[in-house]
Every structure is written in C-alpha cells, then in structure tokens.
Write a protein that binds this ligand. Structure first.
Ligand SMILES: [Zn+2]
Length: 296
C-alpha cells in the first residue's frame, strides 16, 4: 500500500539536498529576470496558446481558453526563494487541469495544490503521485507511462523519466521508488506541441521524440537530471525548437546543482542559441508551430 504522506515527501527532498551537497557549482548563481505578475485576465478566452513560466519548473498555459498548469509551485517552498511568484493561488480563477511530473516538492507543492483545489477541475500525474494526491483529497487521476488523456482541445501523453534517485541514498525513504513514479508530458495543443520533460536522467528515447514546438527545458548540471552535457544533447536533437528555460534562477541555492543552471553557459554550448527563451516569471510567450522544414 502506498501511504507516503506529504510530510515524508518534503523530508525526503531535504535529505536529497543534503546528500547532494558535494555537487558544488561555485559561488555565483544566475537569477531570473524581474517577475511580470499576471491576474484573472490571463485565464480568459483566447485565439492562441500562451505559455507563462511560473518559476521553478512550473508553467501556466492558456490554450484558446483552456487553462492548465504543469508543476506549479506558487507558495510554501522549504528553502529561500529568489523570485516573486507571478500569481498567488488565491488569485487563480479557474484551471481545467494541473499536471504534476513527480512527487518532489519543487514540482508537487502540497500547499499550492491544496490552495488550487477549489478552482481546479482535475489533477493528473503518475500512479504513485496520484496516490499522494488522493491522500490530500484532490480530484486526481493517475496514469501509466504512455497513457494519454484529454481536456478541452488538449491531449497529453505521459513520457518516460528516470529519476528514482531516492533508492541511491540509504535512509532517505522506506519506499523503493520506480522510474514510472515520475514522468514527462507530451502536450498537444491546437497551436503546437509542447514537451515538458520532467526531471530525469538522459535516456535514449529523449533524443528520438517527434520534434516539439517548445520544450519546458531543465538544463541544470545534476547527475539525477540530464546533466549539462545531456541537456545540450537534447537541445541539439531538436535544433530549431524554442527552449523555455525552467528549474533555474528560483531557489537561493548556489551549491545545489539542480537549482542553479546558467542560461549564458547554455547559450555557449548549443546549436542555434537564439531559440533560448529566458522568460521572466509570468512573462507571456506565444506558442507557434515550427515550419515543416525546421522539423526532423
Ligand atoms: Zn526538480
């Protein structure tokens, strides 16, 4: 039976932080541009698909009036935060869905999701995270990797992730974690396809996806993520796809690699660096389809 509670989840994440202290990244840490707050009007009718980075690995998408968030963390994180959140949960008027890639509290924020519950139609995640959400009374649905689900004009497929780092740190968790506890999302909208990779080590299938029209891109140099070199490989496998940077610039953590990626370093390493989108939290980005000639 899966009975790991919210408190156990938070404790596990802090333990990972201590365990990974050895991955020093130097004193300097890149910071996100100044937040551009948004409110209820961003949730209204629309003829396009607008994406906003929320800070952390979180995104808000309004696709022709259908609204959803991926991995929203908008309050209550257990480390010092460098950004102003672009919207508070109490100011969110409605969400058709919240998608969560995995249980770590920089992706699955218990306080944020509890405070979004009254305005959110459905939560979607893996089978394991669904069990945590059910414990919180959220209207959640769990899916296996490769499953698809729909809401409004949006179709989502769970993609593979490899992020079961907990098993490598004895004492972190009594539970044995499986790769399928974490996922990414392939999100098809009327205006193009988004790949939210989730946190993962690099696996071969990451390099052979259909060409996405945007990637929610984690370029942190952590061995439990893609590593920096692996992130560059993914970027260059889809050389014309815009990269909407995330998992950087949000947490005061210069000595913890997963939180301190630097966009300038990425720009020097990838093909076609002009497609890097260093968005401010809350800044709107309009999704558009790549030209056929720009796809593989
Ligand atoms: Zn993470």
């Amino acid at each position: 039976m899966l009975t790991v509670g919210a408190q156990a989840q938070t404790t596990a994440d802090s333990t990972q932080k201590k365990a990974e202290k050895k991955y020093q990244a130097g004193p300097r840490q890149a910071r996100a541009p100044k937040t551009q707050p948004f409110g209820a009007s961003a949730f209204g009718a629309s003829k396009s698909t607008t994406i906003r980075w929320l800070g952390f690995a979180g995104f808000f998408v309004n696709s022709r009036g259908t609204t959803f968030m991926v991995d929203p963390v908008l309050e209550g994180f257990d480390m010092p935060v460098l950004i102003d959140f672009p919207i508070a949960p109490k100011d969110v008027p409605k969400l058709d869905a919240v998608l969560v890639t995995h249980a770590d509290n920089d992706h699955f924020s218990v306080p944020t999701n509890q405070d979004l519950k009254s305005v959110t139609k459905a939560y979607h995640s893996t089978i394991y995270v669904d069990s945590l959400m059910q414990n919180l009374g959220l209207p959640a649905q769990g899916h296996t990797i490769g499953d698809t689900f729909k809401f409004g004009p949006i179709q989502v497929k769970l993609t593979t992730a490899d992020h079961a780092y907990q098993n490598a740190y004895p004492g972190m968790s009594k539970r044995h974690f499986k790769n399928e506890d974490a996922c990414g999302f392939w999100i098809e909208t009327p205006d193009g396809n988004i790949w939210a990779t989730g946190d993962s080590r690099l696996i071969p299938s990451h390099l052979t996806m259909p060409t996405p029209d945007a990637i929610f891109f984690d370029f942190s140099d952590s061995e439990w993520h893609f590593t920096f070199e692996g992130a560059v490989k993914i970027a260059n496998a889809y050389p014309n796809t815009p990269l909407l940077l995330c998992h950087w610039g949000s947490v005061d953590s210069p000595d913890f690699a997963p939180f301190n990626g630097d966009p300038e370093k990425l720009a020097k390493a990838i093909v076609n660096p002009g497609r890097i989108k260093v968005l401010a939290p809350g800044e709107p980005y309009t999704l558009s389809r790549l030209k056929k000639s720009d796809k593989k």
